[in-house]
Ligand binder design. Structure first.
Ligand SMILES: [Zn+2]
Length: 265
């Protein structure tokens, strides 16, 4: 539990380091087990966050451990966890470019391979909440409209969503990965914003390229990044490459496509 608390504290602080939020905006949570999550406390400045003030709540949002109130977005996080058991962590931010799409009422269309490396298609956007939904339980309704919008989608291939006129929720297999997906989503939104400024009719990325980028990174025969059993030379041989020098560095052969090593492969 202490390790999880520290990982979650670090991931919350990464929101600021990645410039995904200002002030106390944004929050990250992670699943502890099937009946409990840890989440950032509400309204606490990032510079004073500690592992110990992460709040432990049950799946109904009742505080189990912690002196501080949990994030007011906790019911939204919980609704996503209840709907998708494979989601291990969730990040919520109002990052500028992605939130601009959310405020414009637009999904983020798949315009290039940068997006396809992490999102197998458009980043979806929720419908507007009704006055009744906002009045009854705003944060829970936000979770419900997210789950409703994701119906039929594979959340492991679409690791994020825009909430209309609000912001961004992303998720992953760890708190760190959930924040990385928010960072990727923001970069993709920025690229797409500029693309659409240059050419409002920019074509969508063809399905075969979306599929190719998804498969090479996440599919059963994925070859992006470094294999865990350190068999890079045999991969090179498979592609007919000459033997690599013992002094070569991983990824140096394809500088145009490799992401920094902190990204999951
Ligand atoms: Zn928000």
């Amino acid at each position: 539990m202490n390790r999880l608390r520290q990982e979650l504290c670090d991931a919350n602080c990464a929101i600021i380091r990645r410039r995904l939020a200002v002030l106390t905006w944004g929050n990250v949570s992670c699943r502890v087990d099937s009946s409990r999550i840890l989440i950032k406390p509400s309204g606490v400045p990032y510079e004073t966050l500690t592992a110990q003030n992460m709040v432990l709540v049950d799946m109904q949002g009742c505080v189990l451990e912690g002196a501080l109130r949990p994030s007011c977005d906790t019911p939204t996080h919980l609704e996503i966890y209840r709907a998708f058991p494979q989601v291990r962590a969730i990040c919520h931010v109002h990052s500028s470019y992605a939130t601009a799409f959310a405020q414009a009422g637009l999904p983020i269309p798949p315009l290039g391979t940068t997006q396809a490396d992490s999102f197998a298609g458009a980043v979806p956007i929720t419908r507007q909440l009704t006055p009744q939904e906002v009045e009854q339980d705003y944060e829970l309704s936000t979770g419900r409209v997210i789950v409703e919008t994701l119906a039929g989608l594979d959340v492991s291939r679409i690791p994020g969503i825009l909430v209309r006129q609000h912001g961004v929720f992303t998720w992953g297999s760890s708190a760190n990965e959930a924040v990385e997906h928010a960072y990727i989503l923001e970069q993709v939104a920025k690229i797409n914003f500029r693309t659409l400024l240059l050419n409002p009719s920019a074509p969508l990325l063809p399905d075969y390229l979306i599929h190719k980028h998804e498969e090479r990174k996440h599919g059963s025969s994925a070859y992006y990044g470094q294999p865990s059993d350190c068999c890079a030379p045999s991969l090179s041989r498979q592609r007919g490459c000459p033997p690599a020098s013992s002094h070569s560095t991983p990824g140096s052969g394809s500088p145009g496509h490799d992401l920094p090593p902190q990204y999951p492969g």
